[in-house]
Ligand binder design. Structure first.
Ligand code: RIB
Length: 296
């Protein structure tokens, strides 16, 4: 099995469940509140590890009580946390989430995630290069992502870049990425192309660009043909972390040598299962659960 590394964010999610998403300037009452581990990086690491992947997390937390809890959560999921820095005087990343109407709104306070710098990557270069497959997202500084992607590309590693939340990227970063996994909105921003039909974009980045389409599943091009992966039926409880599950599961699938299309089907089924429970990580499935879903 190939080794997976995630260089990314580690957050505590403060998740309020409400009957609807509040309007601008409005105050509404939530029906419940929960503090659960999240962060796009940590979520993707947990998704891959729960499926049985060999995962190491690279990132930073603060020395607040959340930091210890977030590291313990990763360890409990079987993830190597040896290279996570605990930064004195910094707060751990925090996400304020409202879940309602089968959707969510999220505000992230980056805290210690801002300190996943180029220097951090240099400090753990040897350990990062132990991995075969590396996942990154946009909740750490942009210059770190570009720097690490260049290093990893030159070392012949598989780089999965999930450009979420949406952020522009230079064409080099796109070139250094083996796979790009945006949603439609993020795709247009990361590729700086507001107009081209999605199919044309996918064909331009054949075998690289995987577009997640929410309740419509995912799509990509392979060998000039569009591959559509329809969403699987799910009882929606909380969609937070569905994209992260897709990314982590795709990395896992590659780590056990699944072919491109099979890996997409596997990741898509994992994402469907993940939205049936509250919290980003709670519903992330085991390999057996995904296989059962695929057999349905
Ligand atoms: O993708 C979902 C994640 O985005 C949440 O867990 C939250 O921490 C934000 O980073």
């Amino acid at each position: 099995m190939k080794k997976i590394a995630v260089i990314g964010s580690i957050n505590m999610d403060m998740t309020a469940t409400a009957d609807r998403i509040p309007q601008k300037g409005e105050t509404i009452s939530a029906t419940s509140i929960a503090y659960v581990p999240g962060g796009k990086g940590a979520n993707q690491a947990v998704a891959a590890a729960r499926l049985g992947g060999d995962v190491t997390m690279f990132g930073c937390v603060g020395t607040d009580p959340f930091g210890k809890e977030l590291i313990a959560n990763l360890k409990n999921n079987g993830i190597c946390t040896d290279y996570i820095d605990e930064l004195p005087g910094q707060s751990s990343g925090l996400a304020m989430i409202v879940v309602a109407e089968n959707d969510n709104v999220i505000t992230v306070i980056p805290g210690a995630n801002q300190y996943v710098t180029k220097e951090y990557v240099d400090r753990y270069k040897e350990e990062i290069l132990q991995a075969d497959i590396v996942l990154m997202q946009n909740e750490i500084p942009a210059e770190t992502i570009r720097y690490a992607a260049e290093m990893l590309h030159k070392a012949g590693k598989t780089v999965i870049y999930n450009p979420a939340p949406a952020q522009t990227a230079d064409s080099d970063l796109v070139a250094y990425s083996t796979y790009l996994t945006p949603n439609e909105h993020e795709a247009r921003i990361v590729l700086a192309d507001p107009d081209s039909p999605l199919e044309a974009l996918m064909k331009q980045y054949d075998g690289k660009l995987i577009i997640t389409l929410g309740s419509k599943g995912a799509a990509a091009a392979k060998d000039g043909q569009i591959v559509r992966i329809p969403a699987r039926k799910a009882r929606v409880v909380d969609t937070t972390g569905a994209g992260d599950t897709m990314n982590g599961a795709f990395a896992y699938a590659l780590s056990v040598d699944m072919a491109f299309e099979e890996a997409l089907h596997f990741a898509n089924a994992a994402a469907a299962l993940s939205i049936e429970k509250a919290g980003a990580q709670t519903g992330m499935p085991s390999r057996e659960a995904v296989q059962a879903k695929l057999a349905e």
